[in-house]
Each structure stands twice: as C-alpha cells, then as structure tokens.
Design a protein around this ligand. Sequence first.
Ligand SMILES: *Cc1c(COP(=O)(O)O)cnc(C)c1O
Length: 381
Amino acid sequence: MNKEKIWLSSPHIGTDEMSYIEDAFASNWISTLGSNVDGFEDDLENYLSESDASRSSVCVLNSGTSAIHLALILLGVNSEDEVICQSFTFAASANPILYLGAIPVFVDSEPITFGICPTQLEKAILDRIAKGKKPKAIIAVHTYGMLFEVEKIIEISKKYNIPLLEDAASALGSSFKGKKCGTFGDIGVVSFNGNKIITTSGGGALISKSAKIKKKAIFLASQARDKAPHYQHSNIGYNYRMSNISASIGRGQMKILESHIAKRRITNQFYKSIFKDIKGVAVFKEPNTNYYSNFWLTIICIDKSHKITKEQLRLNLLNENIESRSLWKPLHLQPIFSTYPYYGSTIAEDLFETGLCLPSGSNMTEAQKNKIKKTINKTFT
Ligand SMILES: *Cc1c(COP(=O)(O)O)cnc(C)c1O
C-alpha cells in the first residue's frame, strides 16, 4: 500500500518567494550581500516592533544555532564561564555553550508553559554564586512556540544582573501581552530551519536592542574583517551570515507568516476537539489570554496510568505513514551533557516520558487531518 506521508511540520511556500529569488539572480546578488538581506532584516524589524516603542535590531544568519553561538559571544561568555540553560529543549540551545568551552548548568521546567522554572532558576543562581561563580547568561526557551514565564524570568535576570538569551527559535509570531517573542531577552534568537513556522531553507536571526550590537553581530558573522585594503583580523571571525538567496525566500515567507500561524492555531483547536472526549490526555494550551502561541507544534501528554503510551500512539501513527515525535529528552539526561550540574525535579523528565508532538504543518489538508483523527480515535478506543 502506498500511503502518502504526513509530516510533523514541513516547508510551506507561498506565492512571492520565487520573484524575490529571481530579482536576486537578475541583479547577480546571490551571495551574502544584497538587497534582500537588508530587506528581510527590515521586514523582521518592522514585524517584531509592531507593538513596541523600542525598535529591535535584527541580524540574519545561516542558522538559529549560529545565532545562539554569536549571542553568547556578544554577551561576553568565555571558556570556563557558566551558562544556565533550560534542560527541556533541543540540543542546539546548549551546544554553543560547549563550542565556547563554557559550562552549561541545566534547570528544570515548570509544568504550565514547560519553560524554565523560575524557582529552580533562582536556586541555581544562588547556589552557583555560593560556589564562587556567577553565571554569565541565562538561556530560556519558548517550547514549541509557547512562551516561558517571561515576566518572572526577566525579573530574575534583572535582580541578579545576568543577561537573558531568549531562544525563540520556534516562536516567531508568538507574543505575551501583545509583545512579540524574540524581543524579551537582552538578545533573542529565531530559526528559519525547514521545519519551523517559516523557513529560508535554513537560517536564523539574532535580535538585539541596539544597532551597535547588530553591527557587531554582522562583523563577527562575516569573518571579523577589520577596515583595511587587505585581509586584516583582530578578532575570531565566523562565516555565519545569511545568503541573499535564503533572504529572498524569507521575504516571501514574511508575507504568509500570519496565515501560517492562523492555520497552526486552527490545527491546535482540531486536536483539542479530538481529545475533548478522550480521558487522560491533555492538549498543551495557553495558560491565559496574555499568552498568544503560534502553536508551531501541538503537543499532548498522556497520563502515566493510561493504558496507551506515547510510543504506542507514535507507532500507530507511523503505521499510517503519519510522522509524530516524542517531546525532547531533557538535556541533562543526554550523554553529551549528563556530567554538568542540574537543578530541578522531574518535570522535564515526565514531559519526555508522556509527551508527543503531533503533525501541525500549515500545509496539512482536510483529508490528512481526517486520517490523523481516525488513527487517534482508533488508538484510544
Ligand atoms: C530549531 C531550534 C534551534 C536551532 O535552530 P537551527 O536554525 O535549526 O540551527 C534551537 N533551539 C530550538 C528550541 C529549536 O527549536
């Protein structure tokens, strides 16, 4: 039987991307300089600043991971420094800490937004300070498009004067009290990887509060070339800048971002209606009306006592060629990170044990949704 694959989240191209790419080709601006790089940065700055008097400065890069790496450098992280990082996240949130030879200190999540737990965060900060080393930065992550408790985390970051790096890789378009994700941290990061809410085929952006930081980010991302007629370098440089072709795709994608979000939010409602009558399964939801999630992925948690496990549901879906994926395995349990300090209990661990991400792409058809619904209902009857 030939079953068409239903993806967790696949690229969804609009109508304008190609004309931006053609412009780039026509003008021969197909490398890391060009009007679409500047244009995409403008588009993002306008979008992020819509509801905010203070304008954000955006530097577009070749991935979200490189944006996190540069953000840590710009925040002054050096080798042997400690950096606090939410444990319940994708490895790319923490790998750049290791690139720098710095030390990750992992913190558990709270059970409402699944973002970094304020209580454990403060505990970790106090304990690290008592042990003689004040953490250099805090990496907090919006999980699957849902905001972490931004007000509490910003308050802690200010109280201890430790800068906040906001990993909004999957949260472009999400907001809290109308303020957009990516603008809460001292530096914010978004990703345009193929599976994210919009894509540039691969890419990311570093969001800061000043044109000066943006300029520094562009400098470091373009091999740190000093002003001279020859190649002259006084800093370690990186080749992290976004190409004008990727930025062309991004410009087209910005035009359909809001409609992509609307579709993912409808998909979230679709899953809520399926699980309304299934006992012991919770669909991840916004805690209150201050939170607006792009619902990049809809996730469910199945009670531990339930006779169906997340793995059984995953396999049943897979059998129909429907992709789903376990929630993140916490980083403090990953072999590469398991020797580093961890503050918390078992919230992140329980999420891993019970949670599944369901197909949420903005390009899913009604027929595909019906097939998903049938498979879920069959599993739970
Ligand atoms: C996707 C993602 C990243 C990495 O972004 P890339 O563009 O794939 O490098 C980092 N953190 C989180 C939470 C992500 O979901």
